[in-house]
Write a protein that binds this ligand. Structure first.
Ligand SMILES: *[C@@H]1O[C@H](CO)[C@@H](O)[C@H](O)[C@H]1NC(C)=O
Ligand SMILES: *[C@@H]1O[C@H](CO)[C@@H](O)[C@H](O)[C@H]1NC(C)=O
Ligand SMILES: *[C@@H]1O[C@H](CO)[C@@H](O)[C@H](O)[C@H]1NC(C)=O
Ligand SMILES: *[C@@H]1O[C@H](CO)[C@@H](O)[C@H](O)[C@H]1NC(C)=O
Ligand SMILES: *[C@@H]1O[C@H](CO)[C@@H](O)[C@H](O)[C@H]1NC(C)=O
Ligand SMILES: *[C@@H]1O[C@H](CO)[C@@H](O)[C@H](O)[C@H]1NC(C)=O
Ligand SMILES: *[C@@H]1O[C@H](CO)[C@@H](O)[C@H](O)[C@H]1NC(C)=O
Length: 563
């Protein structure tokens, strides 16, 4: 659970029983976590709320989707952009009629995109069947004037052979220009954020948030030297943990504006009180360093009402359309659809270090899929628990047929509470961070600062690298593509392709040195190794592939390549 520090136990106790047992299902009388009973002697039962794949279609389906490139546009912008995907899906879309010997014909799909109420198309173009991430620019003024309500968008078209008609709809926000405070957009293509505010010279800049949840009253509020020291350590975002029931705390937030340290506004203690939310949002929305909202802190673990995150989301976004809303999920798969519906950005907080995944030490019971609380839901106690969780959440979102949501990781930087027998090491910390990026995470905020000096420094060291060029440009400029090295399952590798450059990240989850030659076969020839901004691995090029002789235990490496 995220309330890992004694400092916050008081906060957690306040809210611990607020929403318990409000979830439809059986055994609502028992104390539960992620739908499971965890007390000695309590029964095993299906926790309910698991995501299920939609029924697979017996025939090939064509699934055409249209989505604005960015979650919002503002009045001072000239050009908008749509992403058009035309996937062959087994779950969604309409039957694809153009088959050759039973195999889908890959052909052009001609389409137009219109805004409701206009006969002038925004885009007239084509995409190939089974292609994704196609971008089409258009002049924003064709939508009409900037306004707070979204514009309704329709895409419709026909395949080149005339056999297939298709359509898709979306909404686009073209908002009035904002003259005070920050604006944050989500990049629906690559999952990163664009931020305009403190330190960006009135321009939108991509940002890869890397920082910590922070102890507010015990540390950040104490004096601004503490804020400055954190910032100097290399973090570009801070998630202030406090109840904030009296609204944002001005002196510290003013200082964040001054130095350009972005912050996440946490309403964990009040997001289910809509009166309180309505009071807080106007007070926070115009800070220059304000990045995103945060509502539910493990709403699934606590089993808050299933509609709680959406009710808060609807209210927040009715009051402020210029900042996304986030929350953290603690369970592997407990009503993902309902809780995630209330967020633009979903964080996950698997804490696998030092747990016993099968036996609950604090409760003296067994843990499995149907019972118990071992501190990390359905984990096995491996570094890969972190990356598996990211993959799982992406899959559940895909099963909904909706556009993907950015995922972030909350990494373990604490121990104790009965579940966690030890702290992560520096090396484990870096593996978990890079596993997160390899599996699509677009931000990291770990629990909780100040941690130990060693872990603060370990996070700071990698933050300095991943939040700045060139690494930041890859992480926010593309999605990772996985690479497998046969026979070395402990290696996790992905690459990002931006322009003519590639960045590769290699993380070894092996606790022993690998005393073998490691060759990473990339699906393209590498001309040169440009740099290695992170890690001590010595790579060489052999036949256009990355090669190294042996890899130290828990080695991590970031490499920039020329193709
Ligand atoms: C469609 O694209 C997927 C993913 O790239 C690929 O695996 C599949 O073979 C493609 N299908 C066809 C019919 O080309
Ligand atoms: C700020 O507070 C810390 C304790 O968190 C203390 O050690 C430090 O001396 C203070 N700095 C100033 C300039 O007051
Ligand atoms: C909800 O918040 C309002 C405003 O802060 C406060 O007056 C009220 O007591 C809160 N209600 C509950 C049930 O906590
Ligand atoms: C939200 O869910 C709770 C618990 O199921 C229910 O009592 C309440 O009426 C719902 N609120 C709204 C606005 O739907
Ligand atoms: C977990 O606890 C059980 C029961 O005490 C013990 O048998 C097992 O070895 C422990 N596993 C780990 C990984 O500590
Ligand atoms: C979990 O363990 C209990 C007790 O051994 C058992 O009854 C139950 O079937 C197990 N659940 C799963 C999913 O294995
Ligand atoms: C690289 O080596 C230095 C010196 O031994 C060490 O301090 C640092 O932690 C290593 N970095 C990584 C990513 O392993």
């Amino acid at each position: 659970m995220i309330f890992s520090s004694v400092l916050f136990l008081a906060v957690s106790a306040l809210f611990a029983n607020v929403g318990l047992a409000q979830v439809a299902g059986t055994h609502t009388d028992l104390p539960r976590w992620c739908g499971k009973a965890y007390e000695p002697g309590s029964p095993s039962f299906d926790p309910t709320g698991e995501s299920i794949p939609p029924p697979a279609s017996p025939s090939q389906l064509l699934y055409v989707q249209v989505e604005p490139r960015y979650s919002i546009y503002v009045g001072s912008e000239i050009t908008g952009s749509f992403i058009v995907d035309a996937t062959l899906s087994k779950y969604f879309g309409s039957k694809y009629e153009s088959l050759i010997n039973g195999i889908p014909k890959l052909q052009e799909l001609l389409f137009s995109i219109y805004v409701k109420g206009s006969v002038l198309p925004l885009v007239v173009n084509s995409v190939q069947v089974n292609s994704t991430d196609n971008l089409f620019d258009f002049p924003l003024h064709l939508l009409g004037s900037p306004q707070l309500e979204p514009y309704s968008i329709t895409l419709s078209g026909v395949s080149l052979d005339g056999l297939q008609k298709f359509s898709a709809t979306t909404e686009i926000f073209y908002l009035p220009e904002k003259s005070t405070g920050s604006v944050t957009k989500i990049d629906n293509l690559n999952g990163g954020l664009l931020f305009r505010g403190a330190g960006t010279n009135n321009e939108f800049q991509s940002v890869l948030p890397y920082g910590f949840y922070g102890d507010y009253s015990g540390y950040f509020e104490v004096n601004n030297s503490n804020v400055q020291a954190y910032y100097d350590q290399g973090f570009n975002v801070v998630h202030l943990v406090t109840s904030f029931v009296d609204g944002p705390l001005a002196p510290t937030l003013d200082y964040l504006d001054e130095i350009g340290l972005k912050f996440i506004y946490d309403m964990r203690g009040s997001f289910m009180n809509l009166t309180s939310v309505a009071y807080q949002v106007p007070l926070v929305k115009d800070y220059d360093s304000f990045l995103i909202y945060y509502t539910g802190d493990e709403p699934d673990g606590w089993e808050y009402a299933l509609n709680s995150t959406t009710l808060a989301y609807n209210l927040i976004t009715s009051l402020d359309k210029y900042h996304p809303v986030s929350l953290v999920l603690n369970c592997q798969d407990f009503y993902y659809e309902d809780y995630a519906a209330g967020a633009d950005i979903v964080l996950q907080d698997t804490y696998p270090i030092g747990i016993n995944a099968t036996y609950s030490i604090p409760f003296d019971t067994y843990c499995n899929f149907t019972h118990g609380d071992c501190g990390c839901d359905n984990c096995v106690g491996s570094l890969f628990d972190v990356s598996n969780r990211l993959d799982d959440l992406a899959t559940y979102q895909e099963w909904l047929g909706e556009w993907r949501k950015p995922l972030w990781s909350v990494l373990q930087a604490f121990d104790g509470e009965g579940y966690w027998q030890r702290l992560p090491t520096d090396l484990e910390t870096w593996v978990m961070a890079l596993l997160s990026f390899n599996h699509g995470a677009k931000g990291i905020t770990s629990w909780i600062y100040p941690s130990t000096n060693a872990l603060d420094a370990a996070h700071g060291a990698i933050a300095k690298v991943v939040t700045k060029a060139p690494v930041e440009g890859f992480l926010t400029g593309a999605q990772p593509v996985k690479v497998n090295v046969e026979g070395l399952e402990s290696l996790d590798i992905a690459y990002w392709s931006v322009g003519s450059q590639i960045m590769a990240i290699v993380a070894s989850a092996s606790y022993v040195d690998l005393r073998v030659d490691v060759t990473v076969e990339l699906p393209f020839a590498v001309r040169a190794i440009e740099s290695s901004p992170w890690g001590n691995v010595t790579w060489e090029l052999v036949n256009g592939n990355l090669h190294t002789q042996g890899l130290a235990a828990l080695a991590t490496s970031i490499i920039i390549l020329q193709t």
